[in-house]
Design a protein around this ligand. Structure first.
Ligand SMILES: *Cc1c(COP(=O)(O)O)cnc(C)c1O
Length: 393
């Protein structure tokens, strides 16, 4: 049988949509101007393209364009949102941040940095599906709380947080609400007004724009969120993110937002049905699987499965032609079980035999069928080999 390579790791990064690349090309060729150049046509063309992209990013978030700042990605946006909310000398005794144990490292490590700077943090434990409730947030808020930072959708297990309810709790308590929406933008509907979000981070390469570009939404109305910049320089992006703008990347991000906004409804339905097909295909052949995350409040294209009684490393080695993610992180060369799976109560042993499938815009039904057959074959083969070994000993 001919084996073809199948990419099912879209939560790590996506390919660029050809339409995105097409939109960017002129800005990599003759429209190469600096968007800050105010005295000639090259600069004007670049600036116009940046402002059009700002409109598109604002539009997919239900936000005003002027509240969108371009960054190099979600890591930088998270750093600016979290560190930038806490000035060096805390104003009015506001010294407390609330986050959760399943956030991306770009949030967790930034909150660690706040702690080193003398601020306090509360790290909420999610429920067994990986979500945090508005009730938990309400109970954790004190009169010193300045910021709540909770992700829109988890990158490993796909669980969605109840943003609208959390936003309402934060607004009522007068606390800023930041969400890392790197996995949510372009995949599920978001609205910074309905969800009462004050700060929102997004990343281009998670929804078919290139790597190295992202954005931070910063609310200006009814009250402006005051941020302290992390970098200093030429005053671009209202002085909050100085540096010459990445015009081609920003144009790509704008195109990606326009495409995603137009296709979101149909694409979410398509990915949900492909994900369910993947799950059915595998579980109809393989017993002893555990599905991690929420079966009801999850990202359309994400499926996280633990297979009892197999070695995850052996499974990955036997599937070289399928791009998947494991339930472990390689820190300093040794494999550690994922902290996200640990936080939702998956044993270390089971975490090490976990696979994350993340489907995307160009994933086909044929690919899903091939991948599920190959994964099921590999799991069953590893199990029978293990049974033979333990039977022989
Ligand atoms: C990918 C990702 C990030 C980091 O985004 P970059 O643009 O690669 O810096 C942050 N948070 C989540 C949830 C992500 O999935």
């Amino acid at each position: 049988m001919e084996t073809t390579s199948i990419y099912l790791d879209h939560n790590a990064t996506t390919p660029m949509d050809p339409r995105v690349l097409e939109a960017m090309l002129p800005y990599l060729r003759d429209k190469f101007g600096n968007a800050s150049s105010k005295s000639h046509a090259w600069g004007w063309a670049a600036n116009e393209a940046v402002e059009a992209a700002r409109e598109s990013v604002g539009s997919i978030l239900g936000a005003a364009a002027k509240d969108v700042l371009f960054t190099a990605g979600a890591t930088e946006a998270n750093n600016l949102a979290i560190l930038g909310s806490f000035p060096l000398r805390s104003a009015g005794g506001k010294t407390h941040v609330i986050t959760s144990a399943v956030e991306h490292h770009a949030v967790l490590d930034t909150v660690d940095e706040l702690r080193r700077r003398g601020f306090e943090s509360t790290v909420l434990r999610p429920d067994a599906s990986g979500g945090v409730s508005a009730e938990q947030v309400r109970n954790a808020i004190t009169d010193r709380t300045l910021l709540v930072s909770l992700m829109a959708a988890n990158n490993e297990i796909g669980t969605l947080n109840p943003l609208e309810e959390i936003g309402a709790v934060c607004r009522r308590a007068g606390v800023l609400f930041h969400t890392d929406a790197a996995q949510a933008v372009g995949k599920i509907p978001l609205d910074v007004e309905a969800m009462q979000i004050d700060l929102l981070s997004l990343s281009g390469h998670k929804f078919y724009a290139p790597k190295g570009v992202g954005a931070l939404y910063v609310r200006s109305r009814p009250t402006r969120v005051k941020l302290t910049p992390l970098q200093h320089g030429g005053g671009q992006e209202r002085g909050l993110r100085p540096g010459t703008l990445n015009v081609p990347g920003i144009v790509g991000l704008g195109a990606a937002c326009r495409i995603a906004q137009e296709e979101l409804g149909a694409e979410a339905a398509r990915l949900t049905s492909l994900r369910d097909r993947l799950y059915q295909n595998i579980t109809s052949r393989v017993q002893g699987t555990r599905r991690n995350g929420s079966p009801t409040a999850g990202l359309p294209g994400t499926l996280n499965l633990s297979f009892e009684g197999i070695d995850g490393t052996a499974l990955f080695l036997s599937l070289p032609d399928i791009a998947l993610s494991s339930g472990s992180a390689c820190t300093t060369g040794s494999a550690e079980p994922s902290y996200v799976l640990k936080a939702i109560g998956v044993s270390d042993r089971l975490a090490m035999s976990t696979v994350r499938f993340s489907l995307g815009r160009f994933t086909t039904e044929a690919e899903v069928d091939q991948a599920s057959a190959r994964v099921a074959d590999a799991v069953l083969k590893l199990r029978s080999r293990l049974a033979a070994v333990s039977g022989a000993s």
